[in-house]
Design a protein. Structure first.
Ligand code: PEP
Length: 243
């Protein structure tokens, strides 16, 4: 199972304390195969990657430019992220899409990240308006079709289904709806990948809501925003998942 923290635009050098504390408790609550990843601000990538190099915790970024170098003031490329020691990158998060990022551009970013040997956490999901209009499947299809266009190997891609209306709201999908959506996402992949594609869920995962997700066997893990900035909450999520 993947337990991935998304720190968003929070954290500074002193936040190493939180990760050190999580690191000291992690073996007691995880299984050997579990992957623990923290996607942190660019400023912390190198420091955290070096500190946790020999631990169960891997480090990731939260976005990247689609080109490797160039006159793009203020941006950071996947090649630069790789150079910090980070291994993962979140792409297509709704908070980036909200600022105007489109599927076509995200596709170029995904290609660049894969070329630079990063594993991509590709976020897809519908807004509340799209859900109310019963457009969820249409939106997801487009995000998968365009976002993953011409990407033959999905080995280094984790699909994170994040209904936008669930992010930071405390509201989670009905289990039957979530099961249907996960099955739908799988159906968008070719026969070869249908049973290999890794799909995680994100949106208001916390120590209480996690128990709801325990029985969905097709979920390969969780992207955890707000609750990943607290050692207690993050550890309790994993503990309660395996209860
Ligand atoms: C996220 O930002 O990816 C997320 C899932 O946030 P939260 O857990 O706070 O809903």
């Amino acid at each position: 199972m993947y337990f991935i923290g998304n720190w968003k635009m929070y954290g500074d050098f002193s936040s190493i304390k939180i990760l050190k504390s999580i690191n000291s408790s992690i073996n007691a609550v995880t299984k050997k195969k579990d992957k623990i990843i923290f996607c942190v601000p660019y400023t912390l990538l190198n420091f955290f990657s070096l500190k946790f190099k020999k631990s169960k915790i891997a480090i990731g970024a939260q976005n990247c430019h689609h080109l490797e170098n160039g006159p793009f003031t203020g941006f950071v490329s996947s090649k630069m992220i790789k150079n910090t020691g980070a291994k993962y990158v979140i792409l297509g998060h709704s908070e980036s899409r909200n600022l105007g990022e489109k599927n076509k551009l995200i596709n170029l970013k995904i290609k660049s990240a894969i070329k630079n040997n990063l594993t991509v956490i590709y976020c897809i999901g519908e807004t509340l308006k799209e859900k109310r209009n019963k457009d969820t499947n249409k939106v997801l299809s487009k995000q998968i079709k365009i976002g993953l266009k011409n990407i033959k190997n999905i080995k280094n891609i984790i699909i994170s289904y994040e209904p936008v209306w669930s992010i930071g709201t405390g509201i989670i999908p009905k289990i039957k709806d979530l099961k249907k959506t996960i099955t739908f996402i799988k159906s968008k992949f070719s026969k070869k990948y249908k049973n290999k594609v890794k799909i995680i869920y994100g949106g208001s995962v916390n120590p209480k809501t996690i128990s709801t997700f325990r029985n969905i066997k097709d979920i390969n893990g969780f992207l955890i925003g707000g609750a990943s900035q607290s050692k207690k909450k993050f550890i309790d999520i994993i503990r309660n998942y395996y209860k």
